[in-house]
Design a protein around this ligand. Sequence first.
Ligand code: NDP
Length: 255
Amino acid sequence: MGRLNNKTALVTGASRGIGRATAMRLSEEGALVAVHYATNEAAARETVSSIEKNGGRAFPVRAELGASGDVHELFLGLEQGLKERTGDTTIDVVVNNAGETTPAGLAPEDVTPEQFDRLFAVNAKAPYFIVQRALNNLSDGGRVINISSGLTRFANPEQVAYSMSKGAIEQISLHFARHLASRRITVNTVAPGITNNGSEIFETPEIVEQMAQLSAFKRVGEAVDVADVVTFLASDEARWITGAFIDASGGTLLG
Ligand code: NDP
Protein backbone atom coordinates (compact mmCIF):
# COMPACT_ATOMS: atom_id res chain seq x y z
CA MET A 1 0.00 0.00 0.00
CA GLY A 2 1.65 3.27 -1.13
CA ARG A 3 1.61 6.32 1.09
CA LEU A 4 0.17 8.37 -1.79
CA ASN A 5 -2.45 6.03 -3.22
CA ASN A 6 -5.27 7.94 -4.93
CA LYS A 7 -3.28 11.18 -4.76
CA THR A 8 -2.28 13.38 -7.68
CA ALA A 9 0.97 15.33 -7.95
CA LEU A 10 2.51 17.99 -10.17
CA VAL A 11 6.29 18.06 -10.30
CA THR A 12 7.72 20.95 -12.31
CA GLY A 13 10.97 20.23 -14.12
CA ALA A 14 10.42 16.48 -13.86
CA SER A 15 12.04 15.53 -17.16
CA ARG A 16 15.50 15.35 -15.58
CA GLY A 17 17.51 15.39 -12.36
CA ILE A 18 15.88 15.90 -8.96
CA GLY A 19 12.45 16.46 -10.53
CA ARG A 20 12.59 13.16 -12.38
CA ALA A 21 13.66 11.28 -9.25
CA THR A 22 10.87 12.99 -7.32
CA ALA A 23 8.27 12.06 -9.92
CA MET A 24 9.49 8.45 -9.77
CA ARG A 25 9.37 8.29 -5.97
CA LEU A 26 5.93 9.91 -5.72
CA SER A 27 4.61 7.47 -8.29
CA GLU A 28 6.15 4.52 -6.41
CA GLU A 29 4.05 5.63 -3.45
CA GLY A 30 0.94 5.47 -5.62
CA ALA A 31 0.49 9.06 -6.88
CA LEU A 32 -0.57 9.89 -10.41
CA VAL A 33 2.17 12.33 -11.47
CA ALA A 34 2.11 15.20 -13.96
CA VAL A 35 5.65 15.30 -15.36
CA HIS A 36 6.24 18.91 -16.32
CA TYR A 37 9.06 20.02 -18.65
CA ALA A 38 10.07 23.01 -20.76
CA THR A 39 11.61 21.81 -24.03
CA ASN A 40 13.07 18.35 -23.52
CA GLU A 41 10.06 16.30 -24.53
CA ALA A 42 12.10 13.14 -25.05
CA ALA A 43 13.39 13.29 -21.47
CA ALA A 44 9.89 13.92 -20.11
CA ARG A 45 8.57 10.95 -22.06
CA GLU A 46 11.42 8.83 -20.69
CA THR A 47 10.40 9.79 -17.14
CA VAL A 48 6.79 8.87 -17.89
CA SER A 49 7.72 5.54 -19.44
CA SER A 50 10.06 4.65 -16.52
CA ILE A 51 7.17 5.33 -14.15
CA GLU A 52 4.82 3.22 -16.25
CA LYS A 53 7.34 0.36 -16.45
CA ASN A 54 7.36 0.34 -12.64
CA GLY A 55 3.59 0.04 -12.62
CA GLY A 56 2.96 3.73 -11.84
CA ARG A 57 0.88 6.38 -13.56
CA ALA A 58 2.11 9.64 -15.10
CA PHE A 59 1.62 12.00 -18.01
CA PRO A 60 3.76 14.80 -19.51
CA VAL A 61 2.85 18.50 -19.39
CA ARG A 62 4.78 21.13 -21.35
CA ALA A 63 5.15 24.80 -20.41
CA GLU A 64 8.17 27.05 -20.54
CA LEU A 65 8.19 28.90 -17.24
CA GLY A 66 9.34 32.49 -17.52
CA ALA A 67 7.57 32.90 -20.89
CA SER A 68 4.37 34.85 -21.25
CA GLY A 69 1.27 32.80 -20.34
CA ASP A 70 3.43 30.10 -18.73
CA VAL A 71 1.25 29.23 -15.75
CA HIS A 72 -1.93 29.30 -17.84
CA GLU A 73 -0.39 26.86 -20.34
CA LEU A 74 0.85 24.63 -17.53
CA PHE A 75 -2.58 24.38 -15.92
CA LEU A 76 -4.35 23.79 -19.25
CA GLY A 77 -2.21 20.68 -19.77
CA LEU A 78 -2.35 19.68 -16.13
CA GLU A 79 -6.12 19.93 -15.81
CA GLN A 80 -6.71 18.14 -19.11
CA GLY A 81 -4.39 15.31 -18.11
CA LEU A 82 -5.98 14.97 -14.68
CA LYS A 83 -9.51 15.08 -16.03
CA GLU A 84 -8.82 12.34 -18.57
CA ARG A 85 -7.41 10.07 -15.88
CA THR A 86 -9.35 10.86 -12.70
CA GLY A 87 -12.50 12.62 -13.88
CA ASP A 88 -11.67 15.86 -12.06
CA THR A 89 -8.86 18.39 -11.64
CA THR A 90 -7.96 17.94 -7.99
CA ILE A 91 -4.28 18.14 -7.16
CA ASP A 92 -2.87 16.93 -3.85
CA VAL A 93 0.85 17.67 -4.18
CA VAL A 94 2.61 20.53 -5.97
CA VAL A 95 6.39 20.39 -6.19
CA ASN A 96 7.95 23.61 -7.48
CA ASN A 97 11.21 22.08 -8.65
CA ALA A 98 12.00 23.57 -12.09
CA GLY A 99 14.83 26.04 -11.88
CA GLU A 100 17.61 27.70 -13.81
CA THR A 101 21.04 28.84 -12.57
CA THR A 102 23.37 31.67 -13.46
CA PRO A 103 25.61 30.52 -16.35
CA ALA A 104 28.76 28.83 -14.95
CA GLY A 105 31.77 31.08 -14.61
CA LEU A 106 29.78 34.32 -14.77
CA ALA A 107 31.14 36.83 -12.25
CA PRO A 108 28.53 38.84 -10.30
CA GLU A 109 29.92 41.96 -12.02
CA ASP A 110 28.86 40.56 -15.39
CA VAL A 111 25.27 39.47 -14.71
CA THR A 112 22.96 41.45 -17.01
CA PRO A 113 19.52 42.79 -16.02
CA GLU A 114 18.03 40.36 -18.58
CA GLN A 115 19.76 37.36 -16.95
CA PHE A 116 18.67 38.56 -13.52
CA ASP A 117 15.06 39.00 -14.64
CA ARG A 118 15.04 35.54 -16.22
CA LEU A 119 16.25 33.90 -13.00
CA PHE A 120 13.53 35.61 -11.02
CA ALA A 121 10.88 34.84 -13.64
CA VAL A 122 11.63 31.10 -13.62
CA ASN A 123 12.75 30.51 -10.03
CA ALA A 124 10.51 32.88 -8.08
CA LYS A 125 7.68 34.43 -10.09
CA ALA A 126 6.52 31.21 -11.78
CA PRO A 127 6.41 29.21 -8.50
CA TYR A 128 4.43 32.02 -6.85
CA PHE A 129 1.82 32.05 -9.58
CA ILE A 130 1.76 28.25 -9.75
CA VAL A 131 0.83 28.18 -6.06
CA GLN A 132 -1.69 30.98 -6.55
CA ARG A 133 -3.30 29.16 -9.51
CA ALA A 134 -3.16 25.78 -7.76
CA LEU A 135 -5.31 27.06 -4.89
CA ASN A 136 -8.37 26.28 -7.04
CA ASN A 137 -7.26 22.68 -7.44
CA LEU A 138 -5.47 21.83 -4.19
CA SER A 139 -7.27 19.42 -1.90
CA ASP A 140 -7.62 20.16 1.80
CA GLY A 141 -4.66 18.49 3.48
CA GLY A 142 -2.63 19.03 0.29
CA ARG A 143 1.07 19.73 -0.01
CA VAL A 144 3.23 22.41 -1.61
CA ILE A 145 6.96 21.73 -1.67
CA ASN A 146 9.34 24.39 -2.97
CA ILE A 147 12.85 23.45 -4.03
CA SER A 148 15.37 26.07 -2.98
CA SER A 149 19.12 25.61 -2.58
CA GLY A 150 21.73 25.44 0.14
CA LEU A 151 23.14 28.54 -1.54
CA THR A 152 20.70 30.71 0.39
CA ARG A 153 22.97 29.91 3.36
CA PHE A 154 26.34 29.13 1.76
CA ALA A 155 28.17 31.91 -0.07
CA ASN A 156 29.04 31.42 -3.74
CA PRO A 157 29.52 34.78 -5.48
CA GLU A 158 29.03 33.30 -8.96
CA GLN A 159 25.48 32.41 -7.96
CA VAL A 160 24.37 35.56 -6.16
CA ALA A 161 21.48 36.31 -8.54
CA TYR A 162 20.36 32.66 -8.54
CA SER A 163 20.58 32.53 -4.74
CA MET A 164 18.53 35.71 -4.46
CA SER A 165 15.79 34.05 -6.52
CA LYS A 166 15.96 30.99 -4.28
CA GLY A 167 15.68 33.22 -1.22
CA ALA A 168 12.46 34.45 -2.76
CA ILE A 169 10.96 30.97 -3.23
CA GLU A 170 11.59 30.28 0.46
CA GLN A 171 9.27 33.18 1.28
CA ILE A 172 6.45 31.38 -0.54
CA SER A 173 6.77 28.57 2.00
CA LEU A 174 6.86 30.84 5.04
CA HIS A 175 3.88 33.00 4.20
CA PHE A 176 1.66 30.54 2.34
CA ALA A 177 2.14 28.05 5.19
CA ARG A 178 0.30 30.47 7.46
CA HIS A 179 -2.24 31.35 4.76
CA LEU A 180 -3.18 27.76 3.93
CA ALA A 181 -3.03 26.15 7.36
CA SER A 182 -6.80 26.50 7.79
CA ARG A 183 -7.11 24.03 4.89
CA ARG A 184 -4.45 21.73 6.43
CA ILE A 185 -2.26 22.38 3.38
CA THR A 186 1.42 22.32 4.33
CA VAL A 187 3.98 24.44 2.49
CA ASN A 188 7.66 23.66 2.93
CA THR A 189 11.06 24.31 1.42
CA VAL A 190 13.64 21.65 0.59
CA ALA A 191 17.17 22.92 0.02
CA PRO A 192 19.50 20.52 -1.81
CA GLY A 193 23.27 20.82 -1.83
CA ILE A 194 25.31 19.68 -4.81
CA THR A 195 23.24 16.90 -6.34
CA ASN A 196 24.06 14.66 -9.28
CA ASN A 197 21.44 15.62 -11.85
CA GLY A 198 23.02 13.60 -14.64
CA SER A 199 24.68 16.61 -16.25
CA GLU A 200 28.15 16.39 -17.81
CA ILE A 201 30.04 17.84 -14.85
CA PHE A 202 29.21 14.73 -12.82
CA GLU A 203 31.16 12.61 -15.33
CA THR A 204 34.53 14.15 -14.34
CA PRO A 205 35.79 12.24 -11.27
CA GLU A 206 38.21 14.98 -10.10
CA ILE A 207 35.46 17.61 -10.10
CA VAL A 208 33.03 15.25 -8.37
CA GLU A 209 35.68 14.56 -5.73
CA GLN A 210 36.10 18.30 -5.08
CA MET A 211 32.37 18.83 -4.85
CA ALA A 212 32.02 15.83 -2.54
CA GLN A 213 34.27 17.49 0.04
CA LEU A 214 31.58 20.12 0.69
CA SER A 215 29.21 17.57 2.19
CA ALA A 216 29.68 16.26 5.74
CA PHE A 217 29.35 12.78 4.21
CA LYS A 218 32.06 13.49 1.59
CA ARG A 219 29.95 12.57 -1.40
CA VAL A 220 27.72 14.49 -3.78
CA GLY A 221 24.00 14.00 -3.34
CA GLU A 222 22.05 11.70 -5.61
CA ALA A 223 18.75 12.98 -6.98
CA VAL A 224 16.91 10.31 -4.99
CA ASP A 225 18.45 11.64 -1.74
CA VAL A 226 16.43 14.80 -2.29
CA ALA A 227 13.42 13.01 -3.80
CA ASP A 228 13.04 10.91 -0.65
CA VAL A 229 12.82 14.06 1.49
CA VAL A 230 10.21 15.56 -0.84
CA THR A 231 8.24 12.29 -0.78
CA PHE A 232 8.24 12.27 3.01
CA LEU A 233 6.93 15.86 3.06
CA ALA A 234 4.21 14.81 0.60
CA SER A 235 3.08 11.99 2.87
CA ASP A 236 0.60 12.09 5.73
CA GLU A 237 3.50 11.42 8.11
CA ALA A 238 4.65 15.02 7.54
CA ARG A 239 1.27 16.60 8.35
CA TRP A 240 2.70 18.49 11.36
CA ILE A 241 5.50 20.19 9.40
CA THR A 242 4.72 23.45 7.67
CA GLY A 243 6.64 26.60 6.81
CA ALA A 244 9.87 24.69 7.35
CA PHE A 245 13.24 24.98 5.65
CA ILE A 246 14.56 21.44 5.28
CA ASP A 247 18.29 21.20 4.67
CA ALA A 248 18.77 18.31 2.22
CA SER A 249 22.41 19.07 1.51
CA GLY A 250 24.08 16.11 3.22
CA GLY A 251 25.38 18.41 5.94
CA THR A 252 26.99 20.93 3.58
CA LEU A 253 25.53 23.76 5.65
CA LEU A 254 27.24 22.51 8.81
CA GLY A 255 30.38 24.25 7.55
P1 NDP B 1 18.12 19.97 -14.02
O1 NDP B 1 18.90 21.10 -14.58
O2 NDP B 1 18.67 18.60 -14.06
O3 NDP B 1 16.67 19.95 -14.68
C1 NDP B 1 15.94 21.13 -14.72
C2 NDP B 1 14.49 20.78 -14.93
O4 NDP B 1 13.73 21.99 -14.91
C3 NDP B 1 14.24 20.14 -16.28
O5 NDP B 1 13.15 19.27 -16.15
C4 NDP B 1 13.89 21.32 -17.16
O6 NDP B 1 13.05 20.97 -18.26
C5 NDP B 1 13.14 22.18 -16.17
N1 NDP B 1 13.25 23.60 -16.51
C6 NDP B 1 14.37 24.36 -16.53
N2 NDP B 1 14.06 25.61 -16.91
C7 NDP B 1 12.73 25.63 -17.12
C8 NDP B 1 11.82 26.62 -17.55
N3 NDP B 1 12.21 27.86 -17.85
N4 NDP B 1 10.53 26.27 -17.68
C9 NDP B 1 10.10 25.03 -17.38
N5 NDP B 1 10.92 24.06 -16.98
C10 NDP B 1 12.21 24.35 -16.85
O7 NDP B 1 17.73 20.40 -12.52
P2 NDP B 1 18.29 19.87 -11.12
O8 NDP B 1 17.74 18.52 -10.86
O9 NDP B 1 19.74 20.11 -11.03
O10 NDP B 1 17.61 20.93 -10.12
C11 NDP B 1 16.26 20.85 -9.74
C12 NDP B 1 16.01 21.95 -8.72
O11 NDP B 1 16.90 21.81 -7.62
C13 NDP B 1 16.23 23.35 -9.27
O12 NDP B 1 15.28 24.23 -8.74
C14 NDP B 1 17.62 23.71 -8.77
O13 NDP B 1 17.80 25.10 -8.63
C15 NDP B 1 17.62 23.00 -7.42
N6 NDP B 1 18.95 22.69 -6.94
C16 NDP B 1 19.75 21.82 -7.63
C17 NDP B 1 21.02 21.51 -7.16
C18 NDP B 1 21.93 20.56 -7.87
O14 NDP B 1 23.10 20.46 -7.47
N7 NDP B 1 21.47 19.83 -8.87
C19 NDP B 1 21.53 22.15 -5.93
C20 NDP B 1 20.60 23.02 -5.29
C21 NDP B 1 19.36 23.27 -5.77
P3 NDP B 1 13.69 20.53 -19.69
O15 NDP B 1 14.25 19.16 -19.49
O16 NDP B 1 12.55 20.55 -20.64
O17 NDP B 1 14.76 21.54 -20.01
